[in-house]
Design a protein around this ligand. Structure first.
Ligand code: SF4
Length: 288
């Protein structure tokens, strides 16, 4: 059984034959990015080009998580990235990091036991399948990767001066013109479907940009605590439809001035999950 669970032998490099489980069309057609009338892609691409040439602001690089925070409340990003006020560490984040480490070491076969770790047991079949695939073809895998891109999607170092986009991939497997991306999640699937679909799309765009030979990418989120999955898949053509929109959103952050970044968007929901409600650095916070 391969990673797609369709019985195709591991390492098969026949991209024309897409995995049987693959949905016919993009599973993102109801995605928030498509809400409303779809804008003209050429005009958006031209916009993105001119935005790439515009001066950067005090937060010149984005990642999926920073972009989401910026869209919720720019001031949160300002406090963390410009004022550099440390965010208190959270137990949930520390636990998430530990489970990511466990998953990586299990897939690499580096744990003292061959048993699926307890924290991953609810998706035992999936993690065992990954482990077996890694055993057979380790050269197809990139685990816990940090990818850096310039503003025109050239490859660069994660911390290089010209980095504009940063992506952290937990599991990336590539063969022929196909790839499979897996993101381990310790949080809940319920209520996060749209957000994670958006994240999956951004991973896919990054992978298509990094590997021009890729034509098809499956992106899976493994919710280790619930034993659930969220599965998305994209052809290059489907993902690229969204590219100008993603760029426009990202440039709104990376080209924002300090004044634009310091505009708070207080709300019960935004402030509830903001560490600066806790640090006391934000005078605008809304109490629950
Ligand atoms: S406490 Fe609320 S208003 Fe203040 S930075 Fe955080 S989310 Fe924004």
């Amino acid at each position: 059984m391969n990673l797609f669970g369709n019985g195709r032998p591991d390492g098969a490099t026949t991209p024309e034959k897409q995995p049987a489980a693959t949905p016919k069309g993009p599973s993102v057609t109801n995605h928030s990015l498509f809400a409303g009338k779809r804008p003209d892609a050429t005009a958006l691409a031209e916009d993105a080009l001119s935005l790439a040439e515009a001066p950067r602001g005090p937060v010149p690089a984005w990642s999926f998580s920073v972009l989401k925070k910026f869209e919720e409340c720019p001031y949160r990003v300002y406090l963390s990235k410009v004022d550099k006020i440390a965010e208190p560490s959270s137990e949930a984040a520390d636990r998430g990091n530990r489970i990511h480490d466990e998953a990586e070491h299990f897939i690499r076969g580096e744990l003292y036991t061959d048993r699926v770790p307890k924290n991953l047991e609810k998706l035992g079949f999936e993690y065992r399948t990954l482990r077996e695939a890694f055993d057979e073809s380790p050269e197809q895998f990139e685990l816990e990767q940090n990818w850096g891109f310039t503003a025109t999607w050239g490859q660069t170092g994660f911390f290089d001066k010209d980095v504009w986009c940063r992506m952290k991939l937990d599991v990336f497997r590539r063969w022929g013109t196909s790839a499979h991306i897996i993101d381990h999640k310790t949080g809940k699937k319920f209520g996060n479907e749209l957000k994670h679909s958006d994240q999956g799309l951004q991973y896919a765009v990054g992978a298509f940009k990094r590997y021009p030979e890729l034509e098809f990418i499956k992106v899976d989120f493994y919710y280790t605590d619930q034993g659930q999955k969220l599965e998305k898949s994209f052809t290059r053509e489907q993902a690229m439809v969204f590219l100008p929109r993603i760029e426009k959103r990202a440039f709104a952050l990376t080209n924002a001035t300090a004044e634009q970044l310091s505009r708070p968007k207080p709300s019960k929901n935004n402030c509830k999950f903001c560490p600066h409600a806790e640090t006391g650095a934000c005078q605008w916070r809304v109490a629950e």
